[in-house]
Ligand binder design. Sequence first.
Ligand code: LUZ
Ligand code: MOS
Length: 755
Amino acid sequence: MINIDTHTHVRGESIYLDDITELQGTLYAAVYGAPVAHAKIISLQIEEAAAMPGVHRIFTYKDIPGINQIGGIVADEPLFAHNEIHFNGMPIALVVAESVEIAQSAIKKIKLETEALPVITDPRVAKEKGLLITPPRTFKIGDSENAFAKCKYIFEGVAETNGQEHLYIETQGAYAIPLEDGSFKIYSSTQGPTAVQRHIAEVLSLPMHRFEVDTTRLGGGFGGKEDQATVWAIFCALATFHLKKPVKYSLHRMEDMRMTGKRNPYSSDFKIGLTEDLKILAYEASFYQNAGASADLSPAVLERTLFHSTNSYHVPNVTATAYCCRTNLVPNTAFRGFGGPQGMFVIEAAIAKAAESLQVPASEIQYKNLVKTGDEFPYGQIAESEAIACWNKADELYDVKKKRKEIEDFNATHTQLKKGISLMPICFGISFTKIFMNQARALIHVYQDGSIKLSTGAVEMGQGVNTKMVQVAAMVLGVKPIHIKIASTNTYRIANTSPSAASATADLNGKAVEMACNAIMERLIPLAAEILKAEPSEISIVDEWVYIKDLKSTLHWKTLIAEAYLKRIGLSEHSHYATPVINFNASIEKGHPFAYHVYGTAITTVTLDCIRGTYEIDAVDIVHDFGQSMNPTIDLGQIEGGLVQGIGWMTMEEIVFDDEGKLRSNALSTYKVPDIYSVPKKVNTHFLKTDQENMAIFRSKAVGEPPLMYGIGSYFALRNAVLAFNPQSSIALSAPITPEKVLMGLYLKKPTLND
Ligand code: LUZ
Ligand code: MOS
């Protein structure tokens, strides 16, 4: 089934936030963000700006009727700076004017006097100073300390990954409209309509039922709108509350880049111990997470780093500790993978370091340690593994031996160009790690004419979830997808939604749809049996026709529905799904947090220009565990998009803050994202069909986040190409491996005793 949004997308008719027809009298908002990263506020002068023609009002913390607080996990995030500024770009005032241009020029007239405070941008420095947002957490299995004594080889090092700008094509935005009797409608480009509704209610000190939050679709989210779409919606709602006028705020790209959080950068220490035959016996890691100025989702991101600290490997003795470090940067947030990729990079770095020192291919260590069914993860869950199946299939399909030989031959005959290869196995746990979030609801109406309207808590952000929801309903009801229309995601239709995140949206909402449709079928089947004088057990509906056993009857879906309506049979259903089985006890850091895991293996080959430091990704060959994909086209799109986004994070996307906490890479002229020239020349994806039972919708495993982690392979393939040119290179285990870093690394030598 093709993506249901295809027609409106290609015709430019799909409606994003900024396409919503504006009501007469709509006003426009813009934020005055702090010009410094850490300071005391001495005085704020808004009078001149407020007096400008066309400016309706300027709001500050003083105008908040409820709480000046938007922290989700920890209450440490003021909406407006009050006494103190915590990061460059922190909202101080909100200008509302008759046009965006007027609002923007009024901002320039605002005057602020501050007294500087020390700026911290480095998570290790924050940790030294005791600036932790939450207490450190440790995942532990076995006894790593004693196990190191039994290891033949031990390697230690530092690994670093930088942040990543979400760069959704549609920037953040919201549009608030006053309704009668103190209620409001808020359009928001958010992954989490309920989070928007709840935080607006808290800031305005009103009950949630006053706020109808509505989301048709996003032009990309990637985690950036899981939590951080909220603030723009609150601003619009606050202004609408006071001015009784519609207020819209659609961020300029540079506002978005400056004022919204990114993927959390990490600096980590590792220690890995191997036996003589290259079994990883012990692993220790300390993760220093750069959370930015407030918690946002960082403590949850940090938890997922711990869950994925051993990636796809079974390690019997692990101690992994993670620190959530407060710095004076914009609060960082969810980003596809949610801390998992950051954790996985570190163990891959540890394995690479071991392999380089022992002069064996990293894949030898990787393969020997792949997790098997029955192995225990450090957090207590027992693996049902497809890791070896994926790896072996990739090895067989893509002939790794041959690839290696070709690369060796190429490298032996080329001096300026060098090739590199890496294998990247992945293992990603599916479920929100906060157990309570694993719930969803669906609402279905079958109208008298047989057409169907479907609502869920899922937010469409280009990932195709709405198509999957329609597919589920079509399959269960036995009707054609064309007769099912999906409604916008709306807090008046579906309440208490979890954000569309954690790769779990299709599973959670799809199961709810399945339940709702089954409930309707339970009412329709007996009616069909009665009409056709058959047994209910013999009845099915296929392609809109009622069948008795395998025989097509003369009863059509439409007739059946019309009859059901006359018989006063309920043609609507609201259903609730909560993932069974999963549990986690954070006091001992053990449990069964994931419904299941997704596995895969990617083989990356690259060519490096050793004069320029530039490179190309020749190919990425993937074997991915889809379970039984319910929509191969959409799922392939997720694989390819995730891969390229991962390659961008690992190779060229470099976020730069100066020591004063000011974002230097604040536009697309200074922040390089992958384009058509940077994608691999070839991407092959093999769908590994697996038969194991799983809790995915129709056994079609979650696919949103896992493929991003294939991109990690590009870092190690490039690193191997650098080492092919200069085996003595001491290029740091630090991503992204930009052409600049490559160039420096090519001519860097390991220090020797004589140096
Ligand atoms: N968001 C969240 C996520 O709130 N909890 C999670 O566990 C998660 N995992 C991946 C991506 N987003
Ligand atoms: Mo996400 S990182 O699944 O919003």
